[in-house]
Ligand binder design. Structure first.
Ligand SMILES: C[S@@+](CC[C@H](N)C(=O)[O-])C[C@H]1O[C@@H](n2cnc3c(N)ncnc32)[C@H](O)[C@@H]1O
Length: 410
């Protein structure tokens, strides 16, 4: 793949994994382990993860420190937002697998793109990034960061300055519904007034997407939540005034890209790519529930809202990957993929978190479905998990199921 190579490293194998266990302070335990042939699972009286399968050896990759994309001259960065399940901290892990296993690739599809950080990681003028998302608010943001349409940078800088200098006194949709709950009344008024103003400006769609993205990221910074909008915090302690930043868009890299706003299973039938990256929702928590507020403000249809959390009706935004039929949807997606390599991110919390955090598709099902298309293996790295409840999961690992496609569409 035509991508910068400064972070290419050899994949550590099983021997390296043993090396990693020799942590300071654990030497005694390691000696004990060597003497008695116990494993660390035995010593700490833990059950080994259930997903490890004898027929599918797991390659453990070392966790790396992540220092990248330093904040360029105060510009907004694609990863500068809170989003459940975002893979920013796993980019090195994903990149390592791609560089090791995917040969001569010119296109990469991020079909459940969310924030878009994974596609962005492989974004290069010689590579076509296909980025797709079912939520409109995410699609708008993906269009801003990754789509090829040109835009007037000076105009964006000027408009963001104008929007930051709006000081409304009148109430509006955002202040009426969300003021004093998700935001201070002042911030809510300003968000509503800025959103209204963006409607009035003369903009291309790309420019509108850039201003809306700037607003979306700014909202995230002042929202009185713990990173999603299933609830607001009881004490309104996020009082910093909202401020929009100019997104640092790498437009030169975007020449070949395509951005879609479609159901993944429908889109897969129309596209062809070298690498398909799949990162669906894992459990029964719908993203439209967690991000209803951003969806509402970006779509700007001003619907009625309901309940304590002030959510709008969103039955048309529900994902089949959060329902019982998730395995069937996944099978359909894989069967219809026209690609050379498939990477699937899926977490391992089945049976460990609270009920709603449990994974919808079993590991065996993922392996069985991928194996119909080609050679399948699992890569794994340590990861601190995030559940929306209070449950803390120890020993959580993040996996990527990798398939080298050998058989055509089924
Ligand atoms: C786990 S998140 C992806 C996170 C992303 N990789 C990132 O790093 O930000 C899954 C995403 O899939 C989207 N989604 C859910 N069902 C979908 C579907 N049927 N088609 C397309 N996108 C879908 C959700 O809105 C959510 O943003």
């Amino acid at each position: 793949m035509q991508i910068p190579t400064q972070r290419i490293k050899d994949l550590p194998g099983v021997d390296r994994r043993r090396e990693e266990m020799k942590l300071p302070g654990l030497e005694d335990l390691n000696n004990k382990q060597a003497e008695t042939q116990l494993t660390l699972f035995d010593i700490f009286d833990l059950s080994p993860p259930e997903y490890i399968s004898a027929t599918y050896p797991v390659t453990m990759l070392k966790k790396k420190s992540l220092v990248k994309n330093g904040n360029r001259q105060g510009l907004l960065q694609i990863q500068s937002r809170r989003y459940l399940g975002n893979k920013f901290k796993l980019l090195d892990f994903i990149r390592e697998i791609v560089e090791k296993r995917c040969k001569e690739c010119r296109s990469f599809c991020d079909i459940f793109a969310g924030t878009g950080v994974v596609g962005n990681e492989f974004n290069h003028s010689d590579v076509r990034i296909i980025s797709n998302e079912s939520l409109y608010s995410n699609y708008v943001s993906l269009r801003a960061w990754l789509s090829p349409e040109q835009f007037d940078r000076a105009k964006i800088v000027e408009y963001i300055h104008t929007l930051n200098n709006i000081y409304p006194v009148k109430e509006n949709y955002v202040s009426q519904y969300f003021g004093g709950l998700y935001f201070t009344v002042e911030n809510a008024r300003k968000i509503g007034a800025i959103r209204e103003k963006i409607e009035e400006l003369t903009l291309s769609f790309k420019e509108e997407c850039i201003l809306l993205t700037s607003l979306l990221y700014a909202i995230d910074k002042v929202a009185n939540t713990c990173g999603h909008y299933d609830a607001f915090r009881r004490t309104l302690d996020t009082t910093t005034p909202i401020r929009l930043l100019v997104p640092g868009i790498r437009q030169d890299e975007n020449k070949q890209n395509e951005i879609h706003h479609e159901d993944a299973n429908r889109l897969i039938r129309k596209i062809k790519m070298d690498v398909l990256y799949i990162d669906p929702p894992y459990n029964s928590r719908h993203y439209c529930d967690s991000y209803h507020l951003l969806e509402n403000i970006i779509a700007w249809k001003k619907p009625e809202t309901f309940g304590v959390a002030k959510k709008m009706l969103r039955s048309d935004l529900k994902s089949q990957y959060c329902l019982k039929e998730a395995p069937k949807a996944f099978d359909d997606l894989i069967s219809n993929a026209d690609c050379r390599y498939i990477l699937v991110s899926y977490n391992n919390m089945a049976g460990k978190g609270n009920h709603r955090s449990n994974a919808r598709i079993k590991d065996e099902e993922i392996i069985r479905i991928l194996s119909k298309r080609g050679k399948t293996e699992i890569f794994e790295t340590e990861f601190k998990s995030f559940t929306t409840g209070k449950s803390k999961i120890e020993g959580h690992t993040e996996r990527v199921f990798f398939c080298e496609v050998l058989k055509g569409k089924i």
